[in-house]
Design a protein around this ligand. Structure first.
Ligand code: AMP
Ligand code: MG
Length: 355
């Protein structure tokens, strides 16, 4: 079963919101280019496109619709460029080339991918391997369409090949490009937990460079919001992972990235047990400590990766990690449905719990 529930919703111009008004706000986003005039007379230009197998909404406020549309075109092209560079499914991508050369040769890569791989390594170190882009050897045994549980033996064998330390990164030296080398032929990497966040950051940069200061990018519930939408901050509602009509919190946000990892995105149920797409690299089985983890940070790649890391770590260890990181807040829903907030989230003056 493949299900893509939107974990976060954008509600413009509303600080205190009711569920009904949010549903209305979502329904009014038609999947095509739109131009609406807001109360403040700043035209809103929005477009929804399928990118990286996710519905991505781009929303801009500005007085020049033509410039806004050109910026959205550029952001869409950027998503495609990043996918062609970083997808482990496209044989010609740099990531695929690293996988193809595993155990054989270092591969020259772009400084851009190098930096993102370094960031992924940092998250692996911080999370003691809960986040690991080499989850893939075990990850690919899990077929969410077939909905079958692999044998324990297969999982154990594959799990031995998960080890982020088998990825050696060598920085640029003189005229030589940076390289990435997987030191074992059975290890491979995938950036599914961080690349989308990175694409969101790049789109935000494109919008800023084009002169926009009020916009939102929502890639299937991972998002970035900037500026004042309609003379007020964007308000982001965090949905309950099991009851999307129920809001756990709403958060007025500015220049912030918010990413959610949940066990409802891609999963199947076998013998009453839920198996989802986020793999615990230490066991090879899907992590099961949380229903969902929402991370707030200044950059989307960081929020994206940390949401996955905290999801694997579980509510206690995960929240302990969040509390050590500056500028990072979290809302965790554990397996029983209990909600925990990081200290900063709880104390932030704008935070509204809706329970
Ligand atoms: P997200 O929805 O951001 O939590 O990312 C989930 C995706 O990240 C999965 O579909 C896999 O592609 C990948 N992934 C799964 N488990 C891990 C893990 N432990 N560390 C890093 N990436 C993972
Ligand atoms: Mg992630």
């Amino acid at each position: 079963m493949i299900q893509r529930a939107v974990a976060l919703m954008l509600i413009q111009g509303l600080l205190l919101i009711s569920c009904a008004s949010i549903v209305h706000a979502l329904e009014s986003q038609k999947p095509s280019t739109q131009r609406l005039t807001t109360e403040s007379n700043r035209p809103k230009i929005s477009r929804s496109v399928s990118l990286m197998t996710t519905r991505v909404d781009f929303i801009l406020f500005g007085t020049h619709p033509a410039t806004a549309n050109a910026a959205i075109d550029q952001a869409i092209a950027e998503f495609h460029r990043i996918e062609a560079l970083m997808s482990e499914w496209q044989p010609g991508s740099e990531v695929s080339r690293i996988n193809q050369q595993a155990g054989q040769h270092p591969v020259a890569i772009s400084p851009e991918l190098f930096r993102l791989l370094q960031a992924a390594q940092r998250v692996s170190i911080l999370s003691h391997g809960a986040f690991d882009i080499s989850f893939r050897s075990a990850g690919k045994l899990w077929d969410f369409r077939q909905a079958t549980v692999p044998t324990q033996e297969h999982i154990q064998r594959a799990t031995r090949h998960i080890d982020y330390q088998r990825l050696t990164l060598t920085p640029e030296q003189g005229h030589h490009a940076p390289t990435a080398f997987i030191t074992h032929p059975k290890t491979s990497i995938g950036l599914g937990a961080i690349a989308k966040g990175y694409a969101i950051d790049r789109a935000a940069q494109i919008f800023r460079q084009a002169g926009f200061d009020a916009f939102a990018i929502n890639a299937g519930g991972d998002l970035y919001v900037a500026g004042n939408a309609q003379d007020r901050l964007w308000n982001v509602g965090i949905q309950h992972p099991r009851a999307p009509e129920r809001l756990l919190a709403s958060l007025p946000s500015n220049n912030l990235a918010i990413a959610t990892s949940g066990d409802y995105e891609r999963f199947f149920i076998h013998d009453g047990q839920r198996f989802s797409h986020i793999i615990n690299p230490h066991t090879g089985y899907p992590a099961n400590g949380c229903q969902s983890v929402t991370i707030i940070a200044t950059r989307a790649f960081w929020a994206d990766a940390l949401a996955t890391a905290v999801f694997v770590l579980g509510p206690n260890e995960g929240m302990a990690l969040v509390e050590t990181l500056d500028g990072v807040e979290a809302l965790v829903v554990d397996q029983s449905g209990a909600v925990t907030l990081s200290r900063g989230f709880e104390q932030s003056s704008g935070y509204q719990t809706t329970e």
